[in-house]
Design a protein around this ligand. Sequence first.
Ligand SMILES: C[S@@+](CC[C@H](N)C(=O)[O-])C[C@H]1O[C@@H](n2cnc3c(N)ncnc32)[C@H](O)[C@@H]1O
Length: 353
Amino acid sequence: MRRIDPQRVIDIIHEQAGRTRTDRYCPGRPPSVFRCMDTDFGQEMAGDVLSGMTGSVKSIPCKYLYDAYGSRLFDRICTLPEYYPTRTELSILERNAHRIMDFFSEREGSLVEIGSGSDLKVRSLLRNLNGPSARQVRYVPVDISETSLLRSAHRLLDDFSWLSIHALVADFTRHLDCLPEGRKLIAFFGGTFGNFTHEQGVALLQSFVRVMGRRDRLLLGIDMLKPAGIIESAYNDRSGVTAEFNRNILQHVNHRLGADFRPGDFEHMAFFNPDKEQVEMHLKARSHVMAHIAEVGLSVSLRPGETILTEISRKFSRTRAMACFDEAGLVPVNWFTDPDAWFSLVELAALKG
Ligand SMILES: C[S@@+](CC[C@H](N)C(=O)[O-])C[C@H]1O[C@@H](n2cnc3c(N)ncnc32)[C@H](O)[C@@H]1O
């Protein structure tokens, strides 16, 4: 595993919140923030947008939905009546957190949260930290959105002042080698795993397996198949927050890459594709659209009705989920779900040769 040079610790909390500056990692307050990005974020985005916008189906990777405003919009989506995944997953967590957190009852370790976003879900786990080693547990949130990481870290410290937070600004598809060594419970909530195709998802799970020891666990949230109408209304809320979230990806591209997209030229479109068992979220050109992406030197033209794919969200049967786990070398040790089986939280162990 890559060891983090203590000199790379960037305590940026003080800039954002006026707190004490520290220049090396120390457990406890304030949270330490490590940037794991090894290339310039803008450069990487330029490469991704260039390949996405010149492909046979135009697309922008969904991780670019999460700039500061996008992260706030996603937090609002989680509170919408149509958006069942958050409240369903939370209810599963509330019922089972004590069992899950038994992981730390005898021995300390790290509670890693991948794509952590808001602090909503991890609170259920932290409230159930009991036993002699509880206060030795380190919380390691990992997210591409630095603002979201900082906001959540501060909110958590307001309520769990004893907590040691070691936040990683990282792309979880590339930087898992930044995770701390030692025993870990890795939580990956919110159905984010569904944003990857089968092949990408298996590769991602394999990268978790590589950093897991025999006794480590991966707690994976997966959104299950259910009637299409319920799924589709979750991505087409009446208040239009998801539409705003979707269009904001163009503002992010404009801001970072000097593009001149006009989000109002696009209609939000999200539907369930039964053949692929996934929701597809697109931006559909209302008329002929021309845009220029300065940093990439690319002019883009869209016909009326042509779309840009911004996200897929796969919905799983147990069989499909098991196929991913098998291929990745993971085995379920606990399968938690809700009474309607709309969502699952699967506790997985790595099969190590
Ligand atoms: C669907 S939201 C889920 C947020 C939260 N875990 C939840 O369950 O509500 C996805 C989160 O993952 C982060 N994210 C998306 N792609 C990422 C990537 N490649 N690397 C790191 N974080 C990523 C986003 O910033 C966002 O906070």
